[in-house]
Design a protein around this ligand. Structure first.
Ligand code: SF4
Ligand code: ZN
Length: 343
């Protein structure tokens, strides 16, 4: 017998919400999902009327759903925001070129302006070229560091007040686990924050309106709304460490569906004891971006690439950074250590 929607009690239910277990019809699910994002936005005061907001858009399901929901809510609740799409082209043939085509279609579908910034124009390197030099073991470190800065640079070009990203509850829970397993206290404290204020010049505040949205529900929303998104994985994936955290979390979720939210809440409630040494933020002496070292991570990675010493920014080589900065020559042993790519 068909199940009735438990919300409107009129239509036939088409899905069981992973988050609440309620059987809902399409329209009631859309409304419930959108309202939850709205409540998240209001409760955390993520935006102010009149702000220009850049939506980080990759063409994937999360950012496509984010762009769609932001547009719906901005109109429904008169947020008064000026929305635009901001994409990063990492230069990955067979992956990002195709997903950017999706973003370009989204731009037309949602009638939002779009700005694309590329690694090639910002750093002189595409990810294709980086992988050729560094191999497939540390490529995501380069990509992650470069993306963070690229988004800031794009946001500054677009003159936006804020960037919102499509990070969902599953992503945040994975990051909490990864930071615990790595003992990275500074990141652990930051990663659950729903928004970051500007940490310095050149850094645009960010927020995560989908922080409490389950990945499963985002997929259902995109599917039933027939949104146009790109679902292929990056050809240079997997990011092995995150993959393990993800698998572990999925296992936990199958035993206890609330695990994702539980891990996020645990992360939110951890506090750092007084007196624990935290990195002090300064600025990069080369590019001016925020950094807790003399050179920011992007500049160190770039220096390594340009010198043919790709492992310079991987692991702990701080002493060698200083040497390179002062143009002091490296010993043969030091060079060898920084050279070998890992495939
Ligand atoms: Fe970049 Fe790695 Fe993500 Fe591919 S999987 S887009 S290389 S961070
Ligand atoms: Zn720098």
């Amino acid at each position: 017998m068909p199940v009735q929607c438990s919300s409107c009690t009129k239509n036939r239910a088409v899905l069981k919400r992973p988050k609440t277990g309620h059987s809902l019809c399409k329209e009631c699910f859309f409304f419930a999902f959108e309202e939850e994002v709205h409540r998240t936005i209001v409760a955390a005061e993520l935006f102010k009327p009149g702000e220009r907001v850049g939506i980080a858009a990759s063409g994937g399901k999360d950012s496509t759903v984010l762009a769609h929901v932001m547009k719906v809510l901005n109109e429904r609740y008169s947020y008064g925001l000026e929305l635009m799409l901001l994409s990063v082209d990492e230069g990955i043939t067979g992956y990002r070129d195709d997903s950017l085509e999706t973003v370009k279609r989204n731009q037309e579908q949602y009638e939002l302006p779009l700005k694309i910034v590329s690694y090639e124009e910002l750093y002189g390197w595409t990810m294709d070229a980086i992988v050729k030099q560094v191999g497939l073991k540390n490529n995501c470190t380069f990509c992650g560091v470069f993306r963070r800065q690229a988004l800031d640079r794009g946001a500054i070009m677009l003159k936006v007040d804020k960037i919102c990203t499509g990070h969902n509850a599953d992503d945040v829970a994975e990051t909490v686990l990864m930071n615990i397993l790595r003992g990275d206290i500074a990141r652990l404290r930051r990663c659950t924050a729903i928004s970051t204020s500007s940490e310095g010049d050149g850094v645009v505040p960010r927020c995560k309106p989908l922080k409490y949205a389950y990945e499963k529900e985002i997929v259902l929303y995109a599917y039933f709304k027939k949104l146009d998104y790109f679902s292929t994985e990056c050809i240079y994936s997997p990011n092995a460490y995150r993959g393990h955290a993800r698998t572990f979390l999925k296992d936990l979720e199958s035993i206890r569906p609330s695990s994702i939210m539980d891990v996020i809440h645990s992360g939110e409630n951890l506090s750092v004891r007084d007196g624990v040494k935290m990195p002090v933020q300064g600025t990069c002496s080369r590019c001016g971006y925020i950094s807790s070292q003399a050179l920011c991570k992007a500049c160190v990675l770039l220096e390594g690439l340009n010198r043919g010493l790709p492992k310079l920014g991987i692991g702990k080589h701080h002493r060698l950074h200083g040497k390179l900065l002062s143009e002091e020559p490296l010993t043969e042993k030091e060079e060898k250590k920084l050279k070998a790519p890992e495939f």
